[in-house]
Design a binder for this molecule. Structure first.
Ligand code: SPD
Length: 277
């Protein structure tokens, strides 16, 4: 079969892009909130794109989803009630419900079309959405957080990039609402983009989280299809510290393990500088 000459290109900025050869376009629509595309790629299986940005692919989704879920969930000794803000593809929820202690996991996703597209085209990512412990809410995550004070042990913010509908999920007032929505020993983690190209964002978000929570930490993982590959997450915690984790409670993972949990917090010097370590 002749190779297609179609490429998906994500422009990170005017100087940097990431390209994937496309075998075919599977789905394309303008939802109420954003442009949603699904492609079959030659290298990474199916690719979900929102507003021109890579959200996830069949082949490397496990890295991001495991690292945004298991690092904070293991940091909490007994997570029972978990909220995922964004994350309509269901990848974070799939990891959350691997924790036997979790009694209820709420997904607050603003765009119901992302949920439906994931169920149709990424069934292995969306599988957890039908678990009886999962409550799927198609709502504005910011408002949902404001309306549920003191309810959650862990809140995970699986946002799109900091443009369009996700801008408010990177603001200090949102982290203050997240703090209020957590129980007295609760904690949160958010995806915070690449330390190579989003340095100002990381500096600002980390500063806002550190001014809101007694404990703030930046950690890293390697996600091949995200621009630069090096990806950051910011954790804010009221009491529990990630360095106190002694054992993992979930074995069914492809990236996360006890060594990775601790290694993820070892920052290169240029990233330490971003967070004032
Ligand atoms: N540029 C990548 C930003 C990642 C955003 N979240 C991905 C959603 C996957 N559940």
């Amino acid at each position: 079969m002749a190779q297609s000459n179609l490429w998906f290109t994500e422009l990170q900025n005017e100087n940097l892009s990431i390209g994937l050869r496309i075998e075919k376009t599977i789905h394309s629509e303008r939802t109420e909130f954003q442009q949603l595309d699904v492609y079959q790629t030659a290298q990474y299986g199916k690719l979900l794109v929102l507003d021109g940005c890579v959200m996830t692919t069949d082949r490397d989704e496990f890295v991001y989803h495991e690292m945004l879920a298991h690092v904070p969930l293991h940091t909490h000794p007994n997570p029972k009630r978990v909220l995922v803000v964004g994350g309509g593809d269901g990848g974070i929820i799939r990891e959350v419900i691997k924790h036997p202690s979790v009694e209820r996991a709420v997904l607050a996703e603003i765009d119901g079309r992302v949920i439906e597209a994931s169920k149709t085209y990424f069934p292995q990512i969306a599988a957890g959405l039908s678990d009886p412990r999962v409550d799927v809410q198609v709502v504005d995550g910011i408002r949902y957080v404001e309306e549920h004070p003191g309810e959650f042990d862990v809140i995970l913010i699986d946002s799109t990039d900091p443009v369009g509908p996700a801008v408010g999920l990177f603001s200090k007032s949102f982290y203050e609402s997240v703090f209020a929505a957590l129980k007295p020993d609760g904690l949160m983690a958010a995806q915070t983009e690449s330390p190579f190209v989003n340095q100002e964002l990381i500096r600002r978000v980390y500063g806002d989280v550190a001014r809101t929570f007694p404990i703030a930490k930046l950690y890293l993982a390697f996600v091949p299809t995200y621009p630069t590959g090096m990806w950051s997450f910011t954790m804010g915690s009221k009491t529990h510290r990630p360095e106190d984790v002694k054992a993992v409670r979930v074995e069914d993972t492809k990236y996360y393990n006890l060594g990775i949990h601790h290694a993820a917090f070892a920052l290169p010097n240029f990233a330490k500088e971003l967070v004032g370590e």
